[in-house]
Design a protein around this ligand. Sequence first.
Ligand SMILES: [Zn+2]
Length: 220
Amino acid sequence: MSNFTLQGPKRGLNVIKKEVEKALADLGGQLHIPADFPIVIRLHESRANYEKRIGMKTPPWHVGNTSADGSIDILHPNSFEKQSSHPKSDFIKILKHELWHAFAKKIVGAAAIPVWLNEGIAMYVAGQVDQYKNQRGYYIEENYVAKLSTEYGWSVYANHDAYKHACLFTSFLIEKYSFEKILGLLRSLNKNYYHPQFEEKFKEIFGISLSEAERNFANQ
Ligand SMILES: [Zn+2]
């Protein structure tokens, strides 16, 4: 049984509640993990309120955020067209993306997930892969994901295809290996992220080094 609290303007709230229920059931089925943990979702009608709540300025595509405590802030679907670069129909994808981050917290507890992997899985489960698949090619740096592991590294590359690389490389891993292996990798993570240790776990689970997997991906 899902266990979420949805906060926002009363009008239309029941419709959105149904969408959250369905998204949670979909995700739970996809991950084989029940959505039985508490989730708080706050809908914001204005970007100003959204930014005030999450405590930062945001670009027009930024419409969802999951906080360290696992609670979710998201722009109200009725405000998408006026206050963001997304069509209203993107709401479900954004919702699923953020719900993944809440599931991720349940899966790993206090462990640190490399940012590219967390974002990559979020985009995969949310159905956001196609938007990148059909775009032009891009330059893949050697050992790119190593640079995209920390919040700092991610912020440096966020405007330079970081989302695209995270999304396409993660979906490559899921499709070539399996989602189970990805979940196994997540469960092997420790509280403090240490890249050499992550590489070791990766090799143990995937039978190939992370840089080799990245090269295979780049060459396809
Ligand atoms: Zn995300």
